[in-house]
Design a protein around this ligand. Structure first.
Ligand code: NAP
Length: 320
């Protein structure tokens, strides 16, 4: 990072800055004059959109913890090196976002139950040069659905699109643990949804009250297959990255949405995603991923600092 850039970092909001693997390689040089020092981060590609820095920095300020959280643009093929550097640096921990959650699972030293279940990691804490992986996405999703729609996942028939990704895995496991009424796993690569369904099957063995539809299914991301399922679905979840770019298509055609659906898009951004515009057109209720960001972030904060997160400060920082 150039001196100019370093000065800007010091004087302006450091959270708007983006670091790279090259900075991590010579971190002492790149970060020597940053005050307070950067000891938390999010790794992702893309990462510029991430609101985690503004939310976590608000939490640090509110808790009077003298350190900062920054964003790092780390590509898929750079993750292993980035995690190796992290072991030897004075970091408290990091978050992982797209596309690293599944890849990181095999690259940390230990995982807790939430991560082992999902086979995916969104939170790492660094202890004695060891990386310990956790996953707060599932619980964050649960809390977000409760706050957005005033319902509990356990009472819902859920369609999860993007079941093959890191976030999809965490949400699917959470739905299974909650023993939701019904879970339909949808993925572009059908085989991944099918494999996940096999793992989750024991959780859906018992009968529930809402009619004869099969409680757990894996289906391909195809209109005809989705159409058949949607009459028996309450909550549709997008856990694909579709929507991160304003020009992205919706993962599900708007013509398939109906007023009885609740639509939760894990994607968040300044403009409405195509999926949420479709929800409006259909007269359905929709919510973006900001509240999930808030809740998964609060849980990550608790993992790093072993104390409750200042959730109101975090909420205010996101204006949720
Ligand atoms: P990921 O691991 O890369 O997962 C990608 C998933 O999306 C896979 O199932 C993949 O299917 C599917 N997919 C990718 N591109 C697709 C396309 N063009 N059409 C259809 N399906 C596609 O990503 P992730 O880390 O789980 O993140 C997924 C999204 O959730 C990101 O937008 C992320 O920002 C968001 N997220 C938000 C929060 C929050 O707090 N709001 C938390 C976590 C994640 P295949 O298996 O076929 O490749």
């Amino acid at each position: 990072m150039s001196c100019d850039l370093r000065d800007r970092v010091r004087q302006e909001q450091p959270t708007t800055e983006r670091y790279t693997l090259a900075d991590l390689e010579k971190w002492e040089e790149a970060a020597y004059d940053i005050d307070p020092s950067i000891r938390l981060a999010v790794f992702g590609d893309p990462v510029a959109h991430s609101l985690s820095p503004q939310m976590q920095n608000a939490a640090l300020r509110a808790s009077k913890i003298d350190m900062q959280y920054a964003r790092f643009h780390i590509r898929a093929n750079e993750l292993r090196s980035a995690l190796r550097f992290l072991r030897d640096l004075d970091f408290i921990g990091i978050n992982l976002t797209v596309p690293h959650k599944i890849a990181a699972f095999t690259q940390v030293d230990e995982t807790d139950e939430s991560a082992s279940r999902a086979g995916a990691i969104n939170t790492i804490r660094v202890r004695d040069k060891k990386l310990i992986g956790s996953n707060t996405d599932g619980e964050g999703f649960l809390r977000a659905v409760r706050s957005e729609f005033s319902v509990d996942v356990r009472d819902l028939r859920v369609m999860l699109i993007g079941a093959g990704g890191g976030t999809g895995h965490a949400i699917a496991w959470q739905c299974a643990l909650e023993n939701c009424e019904r879970l339909v796993l949808v993925n572009r690569t059908y085989e991944k949804a099918q494999a996940l369904a096999e793992h989750l099957r024991p959780y859906f063995a018992g009968p529930r009250v809402l009619g004869p539809a099969t409680r757990l299914e894996a289906v391909a991301l195809e209109e005809s297959a989705l159409r058949i399922q949607l009459a028996d679905i309450d909550l549709i979840v997008n856990a694909t990255p579709l929507g991160m770019n304003p020009s992205d298509p919706s993962p599900i055609p708007a013509r398939l949405l109906a007023p009885h659906h609740m639509i939760f898009d894990c994607v968040y951004g300044p403009s409405k995603t195509s999926l949420l515009r479709g929800a409006d057109e259909a007269g359905a209720r929709g919510a973006n991923g900001l509240s999930m960001l808030l809740h998964q972030g609060a849980l990550s904060f608790s993992i790093w600092f072993d104390r409750e997160a200042p959730i109101e400060a975090m909420r205010n920082a996101l204006a949720v």
